[in-house]
Design a protein around this ligand. Structure first.
Ligand code: ZN
Length: 271
């Protein structure tokens, strides 16, 4: 095991140094599907709040009333964030023409309640299914560690997220590399508690580990993206990404050993 990890790490670093990696594949974000629940139009951040609080359907008091359900007494609201919008008149500097434009000038907290905290008519709304037809490799590791992995659409600035406190992963893409990245954060958190937010060292550990896993499982097209990501967190040029990896190396090895000693999926994809 140790030897395979070492060899693959070395292979990755020399690919990064020489730029000798396969053509990068484009990353893809899940397109939003029409759903019947109000949350199907929410931002990914709001959906994550909902998922983390343990429900798959949360709505406002009146939205529940509309479908014949009542919020149970004493139920605690969950607060999502909604934009405050207003219409302003703007004047075109060249033509002098005036037109109306809607702008967001702030955010407000909106109370919503979990389906489980309501009673009444049965709910028929179905949730769009964002699960890939084939789950990525290493899903058995998440399962072994009791990590819930959900897929959701509506992300604007990130493809996935590992929530430290609830130990859950939410993915807004089917790209295997993103799942590997979040799983690596989860492994890292099991080695030592992670700091919240985008911590550079943690990001370098997660992304480098994910790139090694991509090589092991046959998804080499993401290796170039990883180099850029690691370089940007290490504040170095892409060709110098390996420099950024050096001080994170011992954690990267621990993360990889932990993941690879847990999985039973040893076969790499036949591309
Ligand atoms: Zn990350």
């Amino acid at each position: 095991m140790g030897k395979r990890v070492d060899e693959t790490v070395q292979r990755l670093l020399s690919m990064w140094e020489t730029g000798g990696f396969p053509k990068v594949v484009a990353k893809t974000m899940l397109a939003r599907k029409a759903g019947e629940r109000p949350c199907d139009t929410w931002s990914l951040a709001n959906q994550i709040l909902m998922i983390v609080s343990g429900t798959e359907d949360a709505r406002g008091f009146d939205q529940w009333k509309k479908v014949g359900r009542k919020v149970k007494k004493g139920a605690k609201a969950l607060y999502i964030s909604g934009p405050l919008k207003k219409t302003i008149t703007v004047k075109d500097e060249e033509t002098g023409e005036e037109r109306k434009q809607q702008i967001t000038y702030g955010f407000k907290d909106i109370p919503v309640f979990a389906l489980e905290d309501t009673e009444g008519e049965p709910v028929s709304a179905t949730a769009p299914n964002y699960q890939p037809d084939t789950l990525p490799p290493l899903m058995d590791v998440a399962e072994a560690w009791g990590i819930k992995v959900s897929y959701a659409a509506g992300g604007d600035n990130y493809y996935g997220k590992y929530m430290i406190n609830s130990d859950q992963i939410v993915l807004s893409t089917h790209d295997v590399s993103t799942f590997f990245h979040e799983l690596s954060h989860a492994a890292h958190n099991r080695i030592r508690p992670l700091k919240g937010g985008q911590n550079p060292l943690q990001e370098i550990v997660a992304e480098t580990s994910a790139a090694v896993l991509c090589l092991i499982y046959g998804y080499e097209g993401y290796v170039g993206h990883s180099r850029d990501y690691v370089a940007s967190y290490g504040k170095v040029k892409p060709e110098e990404a390996t420099k950024a990896v050096m001080r994170a190396m011992s954690d990267i090895e621990k993360v990889l050993e932990m993941i690879l000693s847990t999985t039973k999926q040893t076969e790499s994809r036949t591309a």
